[in-house]
Design a protein around this ligand. Structure first.
Ligand code: ATP
Ligand code: MG
Length: 564
């Protein structure tokens, strides 16, 4: 992380306070061990980044460590690809988990032994109610549940049945193992929750060893306890599960006593943050893949040109609270713009090329001009700018006629080519259809790095690249993936109905300055006067592709102001 961010005073959010108090009081032996527990059923998104930043930075700050644990209790959904992508994303964000990587499935033997322990203590039983019956017996928020007719089975019978569940001699769905807590508890999670189900499926890590699988609730807290996690930080939807989390910790001979703390999940407007929905976007081909630069996934943001510094900065900015809110995507955009403004080398790229011929510049002559790598970063190397008789400028930077507000090139008027000379437009060349194909100019040779000698004022500055020495590149312009703030709000429509049809625009044959021919994948640049761009991983020696990360200014805010 850069030094500047390190020196900032960190906001005193409640989790930081809880941990600081625990460390000061010597709770958990004064140690801090957190964990990030993704389910390997998709790629991580910006919401996960918030959780990663929180868990890893709390550990870092208090001299502790953070575990990476794959929550792989659901045997069908896990895939290697997801596991690898999750590890890559955490590392890319700049965090290092404590080795080794853990899997909840590492603890299946221990969890099974603890299930038997509960049965032996008379605190768990095998229940044969069907799913429908179980729902009926569970009661509602206002009415207590009823005891299952199987609740008073003997320890021996329960042990025998549980063994049969494990052996695979009972069919899927035939029965479940439930904790015996309290069917009248106001918190429904305590009404004899299921702790084991029969599933005759192979598991990614354990193969065909198990025919029964523990539920998330029976796994999570105990995994925390086995690893010695001190602060188990999760999102608010687990708040109602905390009494159950604590019940298992209290009723099992676990080696440590972790505590669970909840915070509000990150929601951002103009996007969706649910792995299931993101997977749908991928599976239905609305985007090119999980790392499509329009996706709010960490890998998509990365490919788009977001940096770890910007994402971490964003996560600090939004803070950690217990109240649900929707963060404006503008904040995320602010974070990347701020980072790239400070750190991205500058370059010129003409997106819609129009040829300018400098008629009083000797034919065949070539010059090598130079430009700063960054206006206030001397450590970034100067760029070499080839200059010659013909240059490209952007079509939008020339008009045959214009009023005074237009500070670019106008027929008969002057403009400065950035980091080069002042030119005057003398003549336009058009094709049969009346389209401008060339602009003929003359240059003032005495204006390199200085104003015209006779005191003429030239206000406009435009970017350009030399025709004889530039790179032909493809540029991909991205806009928000959804055209409405909350694509999930309409109950009668699917979120995919709100995909912004203009979220990707591909420009071919843009002309980039030669320094961009050496760009590295993901390295961000400011294309002067255009925005921030980075080299896309689809690029090859034959075809360079640049993604627009973000514009120079917030064009959406501007549109809203103008009421458009
Ligand atoms: P999704 O709904 O996208 O599938 P999830 O909660 O099921 O998310 P997990 O893989 O179980 O995904 O999440 C791993 C960790 O990341 C959990 O601790 C979870 O609370 C946290 N997390 C997930 N989404 C968010 C979010 N939007 N904001 C903050 N933390 C999140
Ligand atoms: Mg989950």
């Amino acid at each position: 992380m850069d030094n500047e961010a390190n020196n900032e005073v960190k906001p005193a959010h409640f989790i930081r306070k809880v941990i600081a108090d625990d460390v000061a009081a010597g709770t958990h032996g004064g140690k801090v061990l957190t964990r990030f527990p993704p389910e390997p059923n998709g790629y991580l998104h910006i919401g996960h980044a918030k959780s990663i930043c929180l868990n890893f930075s709390m550990a870092e700050e208090f001299g502790g460590a953070c575990n990476l644990r794959f929550d792989d209790t659901n045997p069908e959904k896990e895939e290697d690809e997801y596991i690898e992508s999750i590890k890559a994303d955490v590392e890319w964000l700049g965090f290092q988990w404590q080795e080794p990587v853990h899997f909840a499935s590492d603890y299946f033997d221990q969890l099974h032994a603890w299930a038997i322990h509960l049965i032996e203590q008379g605190k768990a039983y095998v229940c044969h109610l069907s799913a429908d019956e179980a729902r009926e017996y569970r009661g509602t928020l206002t009415e207590p549940g009823k005891n299952s007719p199987h609740r008073e089975r003997s320890v021996e019978e329960n042990l025998q049945l549980f063994e049969q569940m494990k052996d695979g001699t009972l069919a899927e769905g035939e029965c479940v193992l439930r904790a015996k807590i309290d069917m009248a508890a106001p918190n429904i999670n305590l009404r004899d929750p299921i702790i084991y189900r029969i599933r005759h499926v192979e598991h990614h890590q354990t193969g065909d060893k198990w025919k029964i699988y523990p539920t998330y609730d029976f796994t999570h807290g105990q995994s925390d306890a086995i690893e010695g996690i001190t602060h188990s930080i999760c999102t608010l939807e687990f708040e109602d599960h905390r009494p159950l989390y604590d019940w298992f910790i209290e009723n099992l001979p676990v080696p440590s006593t972790p505590r669970q703390y909840e915070f509000a999940r990150l929601n951002i407007n103009y996007t969706v943050t649910s792995k299931r929905k993101l997977k749908q976007l991928v599976d239905e081909g609305h985007v090119s893949g999980w790392n499509d630069p329009r996706m709010p996934t960490i890998s998509g943001l990365r490919r788009r040109g977001y940096t770890p510094v910007a994402l971490r900065q964003f996560c600090e900015m939004i803070g950690v609270t217990r109240s649900e809110s929707v963060v404006d995507v503008g904040m995320l955009e602010y974070a990347i713009r701020d980072d790239l403004d400070k750190n991205a080398p500058r370059a010129m790229c003409v997106l819609d090329p129009l040829k300018l011929v400098i008629t009083n510049y000797e034919e065949g002559r070539e010059e090598s001009l130079s430009a700063p790598g960054h206006p206030n970063r001397d450590d970034l190397p100067e760029r070499e700018l080839p200059f010659g008789r013909e240059v490209y400028i952007d079509r939008a930077d020339f008009r045959e006629e214009a009023n005074k507000k237009y500070k670019r090139l106008v027929l008969g008027k002057e403009v400065r080519l950035r980091n080069a000379y002042v030119v005057r437009a003398d003549e336009v060349v058009k094709d049969e259809a009346g389209n401008i194909t060339e602009v003929h100019c003359s240059y003032d040779a005495d204006t390199l790095g200085k104003n015209p000698a006779d005191g003429r004022k030239v206000k406009g500055v435009i970017h350009w690249v030399a025709v004889h020495n530039c790179c032909d590149v493809q540029v991909r312009l991205y806009d928000r993936l959804f055209s409405v703030e909350n694509p999930e709000a309409d109950k009668d429509k699917s979120f995919v109905d709100f995909i912004n049809p203009d979220s990707l625009k591909v420009l071919e044959h843009c002309k980039a300055e030669v320094s961009l021919g050496r760009a590295a994948i993901e390295q961000g640049y400011q294309f002067e006067r255009e925005g921030y761009f980075c080299l896309d991983s689809d690029s090859s020696d034959e075809q360079l592709i640049f993604n627009r990360t973000i514009g120079l200014r917030d064009s959406w805010a501007k549109q809203e102001q103008q009421g458009q």
